[in-house]
Structure formats: structure tokens, C-alpha cells
Ligand binder design. Structure first.
Ligand code: MIC
Ligand code: SF4
Length: 644
């Protein structure tokens, strides 16, 4: 039996366990990345482990999220990350150099290698054949220290692409179609591999758009083969030596196959407020729009920007529309300037933003009240834009540009002139905004620069014998980490200040939740299906931990969030019968009887007593031996300290 691309990489990196689907496996991590919003915490955790120098082949710290700098906090954090990177052997991508995923793809991605990043869109580098996964900051810290990274051996999904996209239909429309078919929970526990004749028509940046937004499927990761097109991309980046061919075996076995004929696809959009709420632009109809934003790690490559420039050439943005454009990296920005396309964008009336995440994470450019905003981004969760009633639609750069001129939702295939843009033979190479770390000999001279916003992370305690607490919150399906721990310009600067952040926990669902936690001192959260989807932010676990949350009981969890809960020492449990969700109400007094014994003995069932109603409910406790040990120790940091 042959192997899929992902199985080949896993096999070559396997350190613990067997490649049996559904079983826990430990793999060696070659590269790590962090961004600044999750990075401060990840580096504090790395520091706490006491490892002097990273043990990975390449670790890079990026500054791309918190670049608004409305107070001292962000700038202090940048200096902290820069100094700690220098000391511990980590490359530092300075603010202005671009979005982590775009820059990593351009300058550091290597086919066949493993990468974990403290950001859920790390699978972007799957576009070139890397096994690239999003993870919590603590997992990244452990990997930097040379520790094994654990995942559940995923099932393999093959997306077979045939045919060729019609003009003005884009890679974004492919991933929107996959989301329409599989939904935001369709990828949980799976790796999505792309193949078929159709992939030969897609460049690496287009493939990266697809693997990037595979995060929205809840997938462990997504991957394309490393083929001739990948080689050409690396050669254009002056890195041909990093290329190794990596293809699936012809007899590789997939658990699921999805067929997509590219020639049948139409420009599409994900409607508010979920990336899988997909319709064609034609179905949406010519609704009036207020804002268009082009950029983010999904669609900010040179190719995307050049296509936008072609559509905007000689035109003016509609008077009722504000158009913002953020190129993904300094390389993209610089090349746009050099070839004159930047002038075209400016002339059309675009508001050019710095190459960073910016509006994607609510860092500026929030739309007007109830404003309709078309974005080339990957997430349109309610409130994420910074405007509570903003209506965010996710579209391709082509649809965005065509609509910006028209002032209403416009299907770009109705544009008359076709555009022809190709990937350059050589990209502009200038890594002057990537600071290499200090040498081993000089590392001791580097002083770590800490600002007053950095507060210690919450203390965790070993698991108690019984958890007796109230259900302090009950929420529904598909709760995102943006619900649990919102981001945005006002809150993001405090990512290294858990006590401050705690005031905003679940604010969108229930403003009183933090107060209830403070009054009750400890509690349990009840959730529905796919709880914790979206971002990798471990703050969505650390903040509830700080607020005294001991266990989260749901119908099912998203992968990274469940791992983050365990790492924080919070018990993730699921209802054996989903209907039992109805047997718990907010404020019920609950008890997880003999929970320590349950975990110690390896039992996969736990008993929940609802003392308010008298019901006894059976819960699944599907934890591996290692996860049990982490929970017993009170989190991964304690566990790592105990186990060296
Ligand atoms: C996001 O897109 O939600 C973020 C902001 O990039 C997060 C990381 C974070 O919350 O810092 C992610 O995707 O993991
Ligand atoms: Fe940044 Fe948005 Fe990408 Fe997250 S999804 S890394 S906030 S650009």
C-alpha cells in the first residue's frame, strides 16, 4: 500500500506511536514560526523551560499582527520578541517585512519539512509541499526546545482537481467551493491533499491561498505535492537548493475523495458570518457595498495584487466605497512599486496599508455601522471586523476589485477585458528586514527588553480528585476563539496581560461571564459542536484558566483549541449522547465525580452529576496517556518541567 504526501512526511518524522488513524503520534518539528500576538506568550513559555538555544533547523519570529501601536504595548512587545529571538537562535522578521505566512512561504518554506506555527493559518506553506500546522504557543515553545509535537494521526482526504479555471475565477473560489462542500467542521481530524490534472494550472501562491484557508475546514492541515511548479517557485525565490520532489504514491489510499471540475466553478463569496456560508456572486446579486479590503495571508501575493491592478487600471473606486489594499510582504510591496502597479492602485483611489494583518484581525479599517464589506480574507466571524453589526463577505481579489469600481457586488466574469498576469521568473530578493540571531558565543551579551505590559501567565495546579462547580456558561455550536477571547485593536495589545484580557472573555456571547467567574471562583463551560474553531490563540484557554474554568464539556472540539485546553490543564470532555447537552442549563451545580481517578486509570468515560436536576450524564474522556499526564500535572508547562 502506497503513501499519501502527508503520510510520507509523517513517516520520515515519526518519533512516537504508529501511523494508525485516530491514534496519537509524536513527530519531529524542523521549523517553527510565531507571530507577535501569540509570540510574546510563546516566548515567555519558552523562557520558562530554560532552553538556551532553539533546537529546530529554523525558527522565525514575525511581527505582523499588532502593528497599530496606539500605545506603548505593541512596540514594547516587538522589542521583547526581537531581543529574545536574538538571544535564543531565532530569526526575527521585523515589522514592515510582512505577514508571517506570506514571508515564510517566500523565504523559508522547504518541501518535505515539518513546520508548526502559533497561528492557525500556518498550513499556507502546505502550498509548496510542507507539512505545516497551526498550534498553540506552548506547543511551539516545546518544539523550539527540541520537544516532540503530538497530533492525532489524521484521516486523508483527496481533493481531485480537473479542468482549468475560467478567466476571473480564482483559487479563492476553489477553497470556497471546498468549504461549501465540507463545511467548517468537515476537515476536523483530517489532512486535505490536492491532486489531479487541475493542480498543474495553479501556481504556488494560488495553492497557498487554498491551503491557507483549509484552516477554516478545521483540518489538521492541507497540502499540495512538491512538483515542477514548486521547483520553479523556489528557483524564482533564488532557493532552488531547497527543492525536493514530493508526490503521493500512485496507490496511496484516501479515506475520502472530493471531485472538483475547475471549469465549472463560478466566482463565489462566503456570506456573513461563516466561511462555509458560500454562494456564487451571481446568487448574492448586485447588492450595494460600502467597503472593499484586499490583502491578508490568504490573498496578498504579488500575483493577487497584479491582477487587482490590472482590473483597477485607469478606473476610479466608486464614490460610496472605501478600498484598502495591504500587500502581503515587503517583497510584494517592493515589486509592486518597481513595476508601476502600485501607482495604478494609488491612482484608482486605493488606500494603501502597511504589509501586515491589519483589518483582518480588526486592527483598523472597521466598516461603518451595518456596513457591507467585501474582503479577500479568510474569516468573517461576527464582530471580528471591529464593527459589531458589520456584514463581512469573503471573496477573491478579482471579485473585490470589480466590485470596488462598480459600488455593488459584481461578478468579475462579466468584465469585458481578460487579464493576463503571470508569476515572475525572478522575485526581488532582499532579506534585510530579517535579523539573524546572535552567535552562540555572543548570545549571553543580548539583554532581553521587557515592557511593563508583560504579566506572568496564570499558575496552574495539579488536577483535584473531584471537580464541583457551576455551569457558568452554556453556548451553542461553532463557537470560535474570537467569541472566547476576542481580538481587535483595543484588546490585542494586551496579549501578554492575561488578567487584563480576562475582562473581555466571551463578551460577545455574555457580557456578565467574567464577573460570574470572579464571584464563583471556579466553573465549567458547556458548548455545542466544533467548540473553539478558528484561531490558534492559546489565550482562549489561558484566560478561562485564569477565570477558574476547570472543564469544558461540549458535543465536539476543534483540534487546536482542544490541545490548548489540555496544555493549560483544563479538561476537555464530550457528551456521549449529544442530546445530554439539553440536560445541563447555565448555573446548574455540576460535579465530575472521582475525576482524578478517572484520568489516572485511563478510563475513557467520566461521570457528570447534575446536582440541580439529579441527572447523571456519561461523558467521553478520549485522552491519550500523555494528555492524561499533562492534565494530572496541571498543564504542559508543569508536565514539561516534571519530565525534563
Ligand atoms: C487569526 O487569524 O485569528 C489570528 C489572529 O491570526 C490567530 C492568531 C491569534 O489569535 O493571535 C490565528 O489564526 O491563529
Ligand atoms: Fe493575520 Fe488575518 Fe492571516 Fe490571521 S488570518 S494571520 S490575522 S492575515
Amino acid at each position: 500500500m502506497g503513501y499519501t504526501i502527508a503520510e510520507k512526511i509523517i513517516k520520515a518524522h515519526l518519533l512516537d506511536g504508529e501511523m494508525t488513524k485516530g491514534q496519537d503520534i509524536g513527530i519531529r518539528i524542523d521549523q517553527t514560526l510565531t507571530q507577535d500576538a501569540t509570540g510574546t506568550m510563546a516566548y515567555l513559555e519558552f523562557e520558562a523551560m530554560g532552553v538556551p538555544r532553539v533546537k529546530t533547523e529554523r525558527s522565525v519570529a514575525y511581527i505582523d499582527h499588532n502593528t497599530l501601536q496606539t500605545g506603548f504595548e505593541n512596540a514594547d512587545d516587538h522589542r521583547f520578541i526581537g531581543s529574545i529571538a536574538k538571544k535564543h537562535g531565532i530569526y526575527f522578521s521585523r515589522p514592515g517585512n510582512g505577514i508571517c505566512h506570506q514571508v515564510h512561504l517566500e523565504r523559508f518554506s522547504v518541501p518535505g519539512k515539518t513546520l508548526i506555527g502559533s497561528d492557525s493559518h500556518t498550513p499556507t506553506c502546505g502550498g509548496i509541499g510542507m507539512l505545516a500546522m497551526g498550534a498553540g504557543g506552548l506547543d511551539v515553545a516545546v518544539a523550539m526546545g527540541g520537544g516532540t509535537y503530538y497530533i492525532t494521526m489524521p484521516k486523508m482526504v483527496r481533493v481531485n482537481l480537473t479542468g482549468k479555471l475560467r478567466p476571473f475565477v480564482a483559487a479563492k473560489d476553489i477553497i470556497l467551493e471546498v468549504l461549501r462542500i465540507l463545511t467548517v467542521k468537515g476537515g476536523v481530524g483530517k489532512i486535505v491533499e490536492y491532486g489531479g490534472e487541475g493542480i498543474k494550472t495553479l501556481s504556488v501562491p494560488e495553492r497557498a491561498t487554498i491551503t491557507n484557508m483549509g484552516a477554516e475546514l478545521g483540518a489538521t492541515t492541507s497540502i499540495f505535492p512538491a512538483d515542477e511548479i514548486a521547483r520553479q517557485f523556489l528557483s524564482a525565490q533564488n532557493r532552488e537548493e531547497d527543492f525536493t520532489e514530493l508526490l503521493p504514491d500512485s496507490d496511496a489510499v484516501y479515506d475520502e475523495v472530493v471531485e472538483i471540475d475547475l471549469s465549472t466553478l463560478k466566482p463565489s463569496a462566503a456570506l456573513p458570518h461563516s466561511p462555509d456560508n458560500v454562494k456564487t456572486v451571481e446568487e448574492v446579486g448586485p447588492i450595494k457595498i460600502d467597503q472593499v479590503l484586499i490583502g491578508s495571508c490568504t490573498n496578498s501575493s504579488l500575483l493577487d495584487m497584479l491582477r487587482v491592478a490590472e482590473i483597477l487600471k485607469g478606473k476610479t473606486v466608486h464614490p460610496d466605497v472605501s478600498l484598502g489594499i495591504a500587500p502581503g510582504s515587503k517583497q510584494v510591496f517592493n515589486m509592486l512599486a518597481d513595476c508601476g502597479a502600485l501607482g495604478v492602485l494609488i491612482a484608482a483611489g486605493a488606500r494603501i496599508l502597511e504589509c501586515a494583518c491589519g483589518p483582518c484581525i480588526g486592527m483598523g479599517q472597521s466598516p461603518n455601522s451595518a456596513g457591507i464589506s467585501l474582503r479577500t480574507f479568510n474569516r468573517n466571524f461576527e464582530g471580528r471586523s471591529g464593527t459589531a453589526d458589520g456584514q463581512i463577505y469573503l471573496v477573491s481579489p478579482e471579485t473585490a476589485a470589480a466590485s470596488a469600481i462598480a459600488g455593488y457586488f459584481t461578478d468579475p466574469t462579466t468584465l469585458k477585458d481578460d487579464i493576463s498576469v503571470t508569476i515572475p521568473e525572478k522575485f526581488l530578493i532582499n532579506d534585510n528586514m530579517v535579523e539573524p540571531p546572535a552567535s552562540v558565543e555572543d548570545a549571553h551579551k543580548v539583554e532581553i527588553l521587557r515592557g511593563p505590559n508583560i504579566k506572568p501567565f496564570p499558575v496552574t495546579k495539579p488536577l483535584e480528585s473531584v471537580i464541583a462547580a457551576k455551569a457558568l456558561l452554556k453556548v451553542g455550536d461553532n463557537i470560535t476563539t474570537d467569541h472566547i477571547m476576542p481580538a481587535g485593536a483595543k484588546i490585542l495589545p494586551f496579549r501578554s496581560n492575561i488578567p487584563f484580557l480576562s475582562q473581555f472573555c466571551f463578551r460577545q456571547c455574555d457580557e456578565k461571564f467574567p464577573d460570574r467567574c470572579v464571584i464563583n471562583k471556579q466553573g465549567i463551560i458547556i458548548g455545542g459542536v466544533n467548540y473553539g474553531q478558528g484561531s490558534s490563540r492559546e489565550h482562549a484557554a489561558l484566560v478561562p484558566l485564569y477565570l477558574g474554568i476547570k472543564a469544558v464539556i461540549t458535543k465536539s472540539f476543534a483540534r487546536i483549541h482542544s490541545a490548548n485546553l489540555i496544555n493549560a490543564g483544563i479538561l476537555p470532555l464530550t457528551f456521549t449522547n449529544e442530546e445530554d447537552y439539553d440536560k445541563v442549563s447555565e448555573n446548574d451545580e455540576l460535579e465530575l465525580t472521582d475525576i482524578r481517578t478517572t484520568i489516572e486509570t485511563g478510563s475513557n468515560k467520566a461521570v457528570l452529576k447534575n446536582k440541580t436536576t439529579g441527572d447523571e450524564i456519561t461523558l467521553n474522556c478520549n485522552l491519550s496517556t500523555r494528555q492524561r499526564a499533562i492534565i494530572l500535572a496541571g498543564g504542559l508547562l508543569n508536565y514539561t518541567k516534571e519530565n525534563g
